[in-house]
Design a protein around this ligand. Sequence first.
Ligand SMILES: Cc1cc2nc3c(=O)[nH]c(=O)nc-3n(C[C@H](O)[C@H](O)[C@H](O)COP(=O)(O)OP(=O)(O)OC[C@H]3O[C@@H](n4cnc5c(N)ncnc54)[C@H](O)[C@@H]3O)c2cc1C
Length: 516
Amino acid sequence: MIKSTELRIPYQKINDESYIKDAVSKELKVDLIDINHIERLKQSLDARGKNIVYNLRLDIYIKENYIENQNFFNPKNVSNAKEIGIIGAGPAGLFAALNALEVGLKPVIFERGKDVRERRRDLAKINKEHLIDDDSNYCFGEGGAGTYSDGKLYTRSKKRGNVKKVLEWLVHFGANKNILVEAHPHIGTNKLPQIIQAIREEIVKQGGEVHFNSKVTDFVVENKVLKGFVINETETRLFDHTILATGHSARDIYYLLDKHNIDIEAKPFALGVRIEHQQEIIDKIQYHGRKNDEFLPPASYSLVTQVDDIGVFSFCMCPGGIIAPCATTQNEVVTNGWSPSKRDNPHANSGIVVQINPETLPNYKANDPFVCLDFQKQVEHDCWKAAGKTQKIPAQRLIDFIDNKKSIDFPSSSYMPGIESVNLNDVLPKFIVDKLRQGLIDFGKKMKGFMTNEAILHAPESRTSSPIKIPRDKMSLEHVSTKGLYPCAEGAGYAGGIVSAAVDGMRIIDVLMEKN
Ligand SMILES: Cc1cc2nc3c(=O)[nH]c(=O)nc-3n(C[C@H](O)[C@H](O)[C@H](O)COP(=O)(O)OP(=O)(O)OC[C@H]3O[C@@H](n4cnc5c(N)ncnc54)[C@H](O)[C@@H]3O)c2cc1C
């Protein structure tokens, strides 16, 4: 017999199997000897009260044998199958390709960047020499923006079946099994590249193709049908179906779509700063004066408020993390955050961003698809100029920002290229400054200790989601006016994060399978 139950246990007991077995035996009134196996289905930390606990959801195998399911991924050899063109090897492109292997379609991926190993060298150049390669950086290259990230895997995606599949496939390719049960799973930058490489090797082994240094530079469009695309301005490849999964930083793709009169639309997004505290400060706030320890992960937070009906919220919080230079070309600066699997760096960073609607922008013009993108570009460029036209970024202590005065000095920052003291009140657009200031004051009231001059604001956090939408039909997932084109995931406005991007890639393959 298998019985389901829920337990609340002191956090220190999370890895104590015999304590948990005892507790189950008492809870279900079952003899210890009859419990053959306890399967954890979900575990979540509850630190709201002084006594910090883990909530566990368990399946108990009573006098019943447990057989572990390890058969998560069942590919077919697709060497001679129908080809699907995929542009971009981010989570969306790679998971579309994995799903294609399962259903028996041949994925052919074109990625402008390099493989994970080569790509790492270009990231070092950004940090040390302030040099950005337009095709190989924190956003572009094998694994997409997700490779050198925190690898947080939670999502608000409603496609629960596919979310489970994404996590199971990640485990199949080397992720720790814990991600299947934790309420807030994450992988870490040190582990993601090997997993991404294993995924690519499987795609190639099963007869799929992955082409690096292969940038799509033009589309072949005839009578409102996408017939294929041009690689590196020289080679034309034709496909009946093309999945466009180029992420939200591939601005050249938006210009290319516009050039071919393929509809795109301005889309709301969010922009602000990345705040960094010492992790110890965040731990003490969230854990009632405690630090993190062996059983208690470095603490995180999630904050949201409304300022004059505009949302201000924390975004992509990275406990024990590093702020990364995520620009994709030379004359701009962009921040984001990553962390290693143990999240054991001394800083905690998070985006603090303001919701932006196209109509509220100073440069708003009705029917201009580029209104949000232009605004995003301008802010990134202004911040680049303000900090000295390198990959250094403008920064300011939190209370100095509130008080509208330049910081004289700084505590340590994790941002490797370096920070420059700038009054962000003078650099960021006024309406962003006003909303940010009030939002931060609200957050200081919600989290006592958050409002400290030991925290640094780094600017800008500007690539939160795509500033452009590529509209598609709800059922066929095909572009609304151009057949053969399947706008996919974050760059098209249908995902925001690793898991939802992967789910969207898989979904397009499911739809294509029905067609073929
Ligand atoms: C530093 C950092 C940390 C992050 N942390 C997290 C996190 O912890 N959790 C989370 O869920 N999300 C995180 N994100 C966001 C997440 O990475 C993205 O949401 C996700 O990668 C989007 O997937 P995608 O496949 O839609 O696009 P992308 O990952 O952006 O992939 C698009 C790919 O297309 C390629 N491409 C672009 N243009 C062309 C072209 N013309 N020709 C060929 N190829 C092209 C790019 O090189 C890229 O590899 C983070 C992002 C960054 C930058």
